[in-house]
Design a protein around this ligand. Sequence first.
Ligand code: FE2
Ligand code: FE2
Length: 324
Amino acid sequence: MTSPADLSAVDDADALARFDELVAHEQRIEPRDWMPDAYRKTLIRQISQHAHSEIIGMQPEGNWITRAPSLKRKAILMAKVQDEAGHGLYLYSAAQTLGVTRDTMTDQLISGKAKYSSIFNYPTPTWADMGAIGWLVDGAAIVNQVPLCRASYGPYGRAMVRVCKEESFHQRQGFEILLTLMQGSEEQREMAQDAVNRWYWPSLAMFGPPDDQSPNSAQSMKWKIKRFSNDDLRQRFVGMLVPQAEILGITLPDPELKWNEETGAYDMGEIDWDEFFEVLRGNGPCNAERLERRRTAHEEGAWVREAAAEYARKQALRTEGQVA
Ligand SMILES: [Fe+2]
Ligand SMILES: [Fe+2]
């Protein structure tokens, strides 16, 4: 005789086999499909962290909207920062399809429990930082995110398609800011070089720890969430930067950076991982400031949430009235 527990084990085994088959055949897993708990948890963690990064990432650049050097620069920067808000919203929506609520994710962020990309905990003291962020940070984001357009989880992959189109505009606007500065005065050229010196290494760290110290990567690759290893993506990014730096006339601040004929890849200097983990632990130059700003913005936005909920309540009443 088969007990109910055995039956559900048989069901799960069937469901798992079907899940594995879908993934193996490059089919998408959709919200209503059965999926292993660990897959769901991994996605919730990754997508919500990604969403938080987009939202916190608005701050270093938002800081320059009132000080952009011209009306045109201001309009472009505002559009760019608004795009990042949009990315956060698509991603929160994608995470919600996995059963986590927006309130839970917001709480995790503002209570400091959730992680977000540590790159956004660095300060933006000069206008050239807007160029360096666009060129290097959005550039690294594209290299990371283009393969995510094929992520096995449907809502995540589809959100990424639109995000990547916008990121490529962001990267070009950053490059153009640096190009303009590099064609300007000696002081402007120095400002551009200084910003690249500060953002280069943190942007390389955005790809995560070296492959031999990245414990979750193998499982994510098996599930076809992640397609390439951290080191492969980092190598691809540097390969993209080198010719662009030549056009800019900017020096990438790594004396060991050199093309290696034998390996067919760039040799590069060592990333300061101690610094990376310190910032990740909350001890970067701006961690406290970024979270505090997010918390205040959330509190100040309470009336908007209340108004939206009230509007939704009245709309629902009106619809009910029509049905009756
Ligand atoms: Fe973004
Ligand atoms: Fe961006």
